[in-house]
Design a protein around this ligand. Structure first.
Ligand SMILES: [Zn+2]
Length: 152
């Protein structure tokens, strides 16, 4: 029963953002396809979390399996710490995302409420305008009547 040491296989090839180009002693390193190898940081593979590596740029289509670690393997302590930090970071991201959704939902509800209030206010203004107009017509009518009576 020997604990299988995690070989630096392609499983660590999870990139964060896009790979930046990598040069070793001013020379570009090429994979077995003959393509320039970009550099990535492993973020999914807990065993190698945070370690930089260069690998085949065609990993999505037809990887040749070329992979070379740039950083030395981390100490057990560093691995635990990085994993913990990553977990907390992921949780924070999730929290932020759900908070944003909540905030947007609240904002939408607020907007709806405001629109409702606005339309109510507009209706009120419209009604007052009509009443004012009616009042003016009546007042004018009374005026005309009074003037008519004066001359009769
Ligand atoms: Zn390749």
């Amino acid at each position: 029963m020997t604990p299988s040491s995690c070989a630096s296989s392609g499983s660590g090839r999870k990139k964060l953002g896009s790979g930046s180009s990598y040069e070793h002693n001013g020379e570009e390193i090429k994979c077995y396809c003959g393509d320039k190898c970009p550099m990535w940081t492993a973020w999914k593979n807990t065993e190698n979390l945070g370690r930089r590596f260069i690998g085949c740029p065609n990993y999505k289509t037809k990887p040749c399996g070329f992979l070379r670690w740039i950083d030395e393997p981390m100490s057990e302590r560093a691995r635990v710490l990085i994993n913990e930090l990553k977990m907390r970071n992921d949780e924070l991201h999730k929290l932020n995302a759900s908070n944003e959704v909540d905030a947007i939902g609240e904002l939408k509800a607020e907007m709806k409420e405001m629109q409702k209030q606005m339309s109510i206010a507009m209706e009120k203004v419209e009604r007052e305008k009509r009443m004012l107009l009616k009042g003016m017509v009546i007042a004018w009518g009374i005026c005309v009547l009074m003037i008519c009576q004066l001359y009769v």
